[in-house]
Write a protein that binds this ligand. Sequence first.
Ligand code: SAH
Ligand code: DHB
Ligand code: MG
Length: 221
Amino acid sequence: MASEIFEHVDDYIRGLVGAEDDALKAADSSIKEANLPPISVSANQGKFLQVLAKTCQAKKILEIGTLVGYSTIWMARALPRDGKLITLEFEPLHASIAKKNIERAGLGQIVEVRIGKALDLLPMIVANNEGPFDMIFIDADKPPYTEYFQWALKLSRPGTLIVADNVVRDGKVTDTNSTDEMILGARRFNDFLSASSAVTATIIQTVGSKMHDGMALAVVN
Ligand code: SAH
Ligand code: DHB
Ligand code: MG
């Protein structure tokens, strides 16, 4: 089975370049302990985000959708000491667990968890002139992905990298008859991305220990 090979190779890659330290292991465990869904990025995807953040020489990162801060920790570790990562989370419980995980990782000074609906928080970030960000990771609820992307553009400069998770969904994104709101949200986002002249974009499929999915990568022109 292809999925077994993908998982086997994902383990192999993790053994080489995707090892979790105690703080990342604790963050991962906190998902199960709080009975939350296991929907954080995988270790290798976290490392991938970290490599992207380094490639951007990011000093300021915005994340939409924190869960327990697992992807947050991977990305924040690419930042310099005076860097800043703002992450937006709607669920107060998720945010409070994330804050503990981020503290444990020694990133309390660099990461700020903001609690609220992303569509309420993003206009405030624009109004407060907190942009532009060097990298923006979209990974919250899927129906408003297009709106998140539009806010991300407002918070960007030429060269900003915008990454959106879960835009393939086990291949279901190609099903034009789907009524699943997550698929519809991803499709609408992908269509908007393809029509946007504001970015140079691609979509990569992701396989491994998590389900077959994909990430959109868009560099602002
Ligand atoms: N980026 C995380 C996973 C995020 S899961 C990681 O890879 O480790 C998606 C998160 O988005 C959940 O915690 C969910 O509560 C949050 N979320 C859902 N709707 C939201 C909204 N409207 N605004 C902000 N966060 C939201
Ligand atoms: C789901 C959300 C995610 O961000 C993810 O990476 C995987 C699954 C979900 O809501 O099902
Ligand atoms: Mg995701």
